[in-house]
Design a protein around this ligand. Sequence first.
Ligand code: HDD
Length: 714
Amino acid sequence: MAVSGPKSDAALENGLADHQPGAGSPDYETMVGEGGETQQRLQDERSGDALTDNFGHRIADNQNSLKAGARGPTLLEDFVLREKIFHFDHERIPERIVHARGSGAHGIFECTKAIPDVTKASIFQKKGASCPVFVRFSTVAGGAGSVDTPRDVRGFAVKFYTEAGNWDLVGNNIPVFFIQDAMKFPDLIHSVKMEADRGYPQAASAHDTFWDFVSLMPESMHMIMWAMSDRAIPRSLRMMEGFGVHSFRFINQDGDGKFVKFHWKPVLGVASQVWDEAVKTAGADPDFHRRDLYEAIASGDYPAWDLGVQIFDEAWAAEQPYDVLDATKLIPEEDIPVEIIGRLTLNRNVDNFFAETEQVAFLPSNVIPGIDFTNDPLLQGRLFSYLDTQKSRLGTTNFHQIPINAPKCPFHNMQRDGLMQTLVPKGRANYEPNSLNEAGEDSGPRVAPETGFTSFSDNGERNDPTDKMRIRAETFADHYSQARMFYLSQTENEQAHIASAIVFELSKVVMPHVRLRVLSRLRNIDEDLAQRVADGLSIALPEKAPAARDLVEMPISDALSIQKNAKDGFAGRKVGILFAEGSDKAMVEKLKTGVEKAGGSVFLVAPKIGPLKVKGGTLEADGKLDGSPSVLFDAIASVLMPQSAEILSKQGAAVQWFMDAYGHCKTIAHCPGTQIILDKAGVEKDDGVIPNEMLLDKGPKRHWAREPKIRDLA
Ligand code: HDD
């Protein structure tokens, strides 16, 4: 029976009857491309393109789910329905804990005055230099769906996509802040947001908890003045000043640092509503500011701001009656005039609110060479918080790959994988340093000591000589003395194991220069070790690698050896006992009881699981011989009648059982009947090859003296 019957009705109702799936869509050849092209294609959807699901399958009916009969239940196999609803169910992501309601736009920043003497920041080197920007304005307290005109601080976050990487200046329209230390931020925000028990008021500071908190926090009083002023009810986002708030630092080519405060001055001037107007606007047009911004840009009336800086030095700062690292203080323009150095113009609305305005992730830690942080404790806390929040908001450490967040300059590093990885890095250079280039491979990116970001070293603490630095103390420079102590503290056999292990590993290394480098380092640990490894590989010893420090000969430490400290008893050890038809049950049980009494455990092994007929009754095995190799046990014993041993001596599993145990230097206890297999397995009498009666005395220890007889060690 046709299941698509009602489709034509629905299609007719929707005026789609004439729609030809695929009409106008690009042909397959042009659609095939790498990830980036696919994304672009999604953005370029045009009317007339065939509707498809997320995997490119054309959809014939977007109105009716697949049912068992016209009035029957919906079928689980309807992947079109499932995908559509599945995706819809997950459309929302967590809104920002603060600044949830925002409006964004694209634009351009142009340097109008070069200041190379105070900063090496690329964007300020030449008048006329420009870069794309994305700006997001926001209220602070309200949710994403709240109104535009509450009394509130406004966020003014600017992302500069510079050629030296992204610089995010994440400021507000008020030059000071409520608190001096990031430690208090969660409390401040909890107090201003809707109250925890009642869920209101929304987007308002006029309530108990906010005023309770700020009245206990005298440092907030300066900001309260601003928040109660008309600044907190702006007429338009286009008519607000913006401030970087903190003192940042500019660093020039010579490494000299100056403090800087950033200002945005609106070309339209600052204008505000009156409170009654703001209240009524909230009802009349909850989107008053968003609409105003969108319409201005759409009509070509591009809003613009001048970027100003107040630049001052440590000596000037030290003379002020306030601390320039205190974010509750501003620097009067009368004391340090604002110097205009650039212009920001917003000239393009977003194409998609979610993809751009919602997913944009600002990070105060995004700075470029020439701009640095200061010790402002509010700023320092922000440097962690923003990166951290993007993971919970955007769900992945790869949020930088979302187009709105990606830098527009190239970026390369060894960060890999993670949820929603969309890049496809090639090659195996995902670590640094590496010398893959010496083998003719791509070795990936390298640090750029000359042009890379370097922190301003002065820690900013007056009279404190402790500077910030990326450095390893001289006292960490000896890398060989303890490696030598470890090696020399091992028994001869353990040393042979180390040498053999390195030989094995390096025999798997196919890059000859790496083998040689390892050998050159081994020479710093012990010449004999290096020679043994070189011999094991059959290559000549290279030059000794230079060492940062002279070797310090340290006394041997017996605690570092396993063998010198081995515990020989049965505790925690497992003994495999092999029996077969005709074996002596009493002997098996005697061994079992003895081992168990000594704290060990026993696993019975036989050619078949059984129950097998044995002398004295029947016996069941815990495991079949070919599924229970002797590697599973610390020691083995065998209780076999000569006839069974004769049969087993022709079976690989039985011979290997003993051969392996012998090769692995384990105790092998056996009855006389087993001898025929021992001979076949090449097991020679030694201290660890003993009659069953001696097992309990000997224990399950390894017999290392045997090893040189059976294996060539390096
Ligand atoms: Fe913040 C968002 C501005 C202190 C933690 N902040 C956020 C936004 C702006 C500011 C404009 C919205 C960015 C956007 O549009 O996506 N914040 C400031 C200013 C501060 C300040 C000017 C003080 C001078 N902020 C501050 C502190 C902390 C945070 C002290 C935490 C210790 N702020 C956040 C955050 C947000 C945020 C939770 C929410 C969403 C986001 O970061 O990306 O991490």
